[in-house]
Design a protein around this ligand. Structure first.
Ligand code: PGA
Length: 250
């Protein structure tokens, strides 16, 4: 009953010509796909990609946004600007934002509120570092990030929220959580949703796995009960790898 959802995070890659090219190839290849697909180009290529994908089954997202609509925020991008450029989704709380740019749950929560208020969909990323995993703190970290990031977000807004579980040690490292490991944390996330909301919301929430997802490991991950999708970094930059990941079930 949960629709699979595969998203590509292009991070700081692709100029506009490259982005247009990749988007056009994906548009053609993925036209028959029935589940949800999203790509998140860097800010400068959002409009180009949105124009290229207009009327297709691929949504366009941003990788971050400011916690404000406008004003004196040098270097930041407003959700109004994202919508103006053609984005309908925003990734928030990515571990690179948390760990390289010092974003904490309070700031991420402000962004989640504003994005939802502005009608955007949100992918909220959570996940532990290697040290936290080794210290046996996976559940505690994920719980803290979910409770913090979703603070005062009412259940009526959850249809526009997706959770991405991205263990930090698996991002861009070639190390993937095993399907068992990932499925067990996804199960924990559903239990946390039962506590934060109720069992119906826990059953409905779409949870992506992220961290070195590749064409050869996507099937194993997607076959697990609690894994509903993937947030793909490196392998989303090429049609030859993102294509088969999106088409994991064909
Ligand atoms: P990766 O990145 O697939 O390159 O590990 C995932 C992510 O950071 O979203």
């Amino acid at each position: 009953m949960r629709t699979p959802y595969i998203a590509g995070n292009w991070k700081m890659h692709m100029n506009r010509a490259e982005a247009r090219d990749l988007a056009a190839q994906l548009r053609e290849l993925l036209a028959p796909v029935k589940h949800r697909i999203m790509v998140a180009p860097p800010f400068t290529a959002i409009e180009t990609v949105a124009v290229t994908l207009q009327g297709s089954n691929i949504m366009v997202g941003a990788q971050n946004m400011a916690p404000a609509l406008n004003g004196a925020h040098t270097g930041e991008i407003s959700p109004l600007m994202l919508k103006d450029a053609g984005a309908t989704v925003v990734i928030l709380g990515h571990s690179e934002r948390r760990h390289s740019y010092g974003e904490g749950d309070g700031l991420i929560n402000e962004k989640v509120h504003l994005a939802l208020q502005e009608g955007l969909e949100v992918i909220l990323c959570v996940g532990e570092t290697l040290e936290e995993r080794e210290a046996g703190r996976v559940d505690a970290v994920v719980e803290e990030q979910l409770a913090g990031g979703l603070r005062e977000i009412g259940a009526s807004l959850l249809p526009r929220v997706t959770i991405a579980y991205e263990p930090v040690w698996a991002i861009g490292t070639g190390k993937t959580a095993t399907p068992d490991d990932a499925d067990s944390v996804h199960g924990t996330i559903r239990r946390i949703f039962t506590e934060l909301y109720n069992s119906e919301e826990a059953e409905k929430i779409v949870i992506q796995y992220g961290g070195s997802v590749k064409p050869d490991n996507v099937k194993g991950l997607m076959s697990r009960d609690n894994i509903d999708g993937a947030l793909v970094g490196g392998a989303s930059l090429k049609v030859d790898s993102f294509g088969p990941i999106v088409q994991f079930n064909s």
